[in-house]
Design a protein around this ligand. Sequence first.
Ligand SMILES: *[C@@H]1O[C@H](CO)[C@@H](O)[C@H](O)[C@H]1NC(C)=O
Ligand SMILES: *[C@@H]1O[C@H](CO)[C@@H](O)[C@H](O)[C@H]1NC(C)=O
Length: 476
Amino acid sequence: MAKHSTTSLVPVQKRWPLMVLLCIAFSTAIAFFIGASFSSCNSHDYSDTKNNFNTPIHSSALDGGAVEKEKNPLSFMKSKLVLLVSHELSLSGGPLLLMELAFLLRAVSARVVWITNQKPSERDEVVYSLEQRMMDRGVEVMPAKGQEVVDTALKADLVILNTAVAGKWLDAVLQENVARVLPKVLWWIHEMRGHYFKLEYVKHLPFVAGAMIDSHTTAEYWKDRTHERLGIQMPETFVVHLGNSKDLMEVAEDSVARRVLREHIRESLGVRKDDLLFAIINSVSRGKGQDLFLKAFYEALQFSQVRKLKVPPMRAIVVGSDMGAQTKFETELRNFVAEKKIQDSVQFVNKTLNVAPYLASIDVLVQNSQARGECFGRITIEAMAFQLPVLGTAAGGTVEIVVNGTTGWLHPAGKEGITPLAENIIRLATNIEMRKTMGQKGYTRVKDMFLEQHMSHRISLVLKKVLQKAKREVRR
Ligand SMILES: *[C@@H]1O[C@H](CO)[C@@H](O)[C@H](O)[C@H]1NC(C)=O
Ligand SMILES: *[C@@H]1O[C@H](CO)[C@@H](O)[C@H](O)[C@H]1NC(C)=O
């Protein structure tokens, strides 16, 4: 790096925006994207949600708790052979999260083999570059079928299946060897949709060493559903909340970077300094509730007029649009905005790999996922890292992250949540102190529970147990 380059005549301060943006764009886009796109668990199929997760599923021991900083909690994985089975490889939440795990394991010198069960038949740029990225970090990328992978599975200390659908790989590839591999399989599940409860995918689930699930709500849901619908039992289940990447925390904790990004993005959106900016950051789809959010936002604008409240001008951005796709839902959102004549207050922003600049520039994050909510909802902990209060639906992983009344406010999912969300928007708009305090408390909660090191620690406890179990099985 040309630190002392004599040709650099631009004052350091002026270079900041570009540097920050470039750094983020290149080095951490992937990490941020996970948060923005973790869309694996919208659910429309069932409405009889039970948000009760009182039944302990090995939770308290794995949640937060003391984390040794000095020693990498995964170091016992050194020179272990781990086979990672990814259902597919794309820039979406599931595979990217498994890649993060691959890198955590590589960092402690585990031997990591990666296979992708379903790959496009033609050369695909995304697949190519992700595989390249893995190989650069010492992950062995192998074809999903064939003798080599069967041998690897038989030899491996641990096999991690990622997502429910990856279950299809077991019979198709291992064939008569399935039973020998199952005792060392850890199944990482991130889905909550009804169509995953198919025997075709999950019939081996009862016989694996363990299941790892992103939230208590999702774990409960799997327990009930497999039992009721398929008549099978879940294996030992571990709830592992996710954590923020180091890269994201770096930006979130850099006040200069935050300010620069904030100014840059607000300027580009035409948002003034004193405007209060609410954002919903998810790929646009009904399950994520952008429609209901806009209705609530409109109601809030009306409340503030009717009640003659003293609030700063309120603006909303919907980050995660796909303007190219022109879906019915997108059109519906835009029509609503036009019909209510709130074009000046609402903006749509394309899907992006890089959510940090938006988190730096907004004042409140809205997490409005519907039905059973998010499995976990990484954007929520990312927003909290940026000291933002969160207005979230009382569903799914969100209730395990947002403390109602402390780090944000929860409202019900569905239409009955519109007015409560509008009231919560007003509540935060009228109270700058509350916004600040909730943001700070959210940040503290992230520092206590939702960092990469916490996730590593939680995963390490699971891997230890699964390894022990696998060994016992083999000896039998
Ligand atoms: C948003 O996406 C559309 C289509 O995908 C594209 O035409 C447009 O230029 C994008 N807008 C911005 C601001 O990137
Ligand atoms: C959140 O707290 C407020 C105020 O105490 C309460 O009215 C609301 O019902 C709570 N929401 C949930 C989902 O618990």
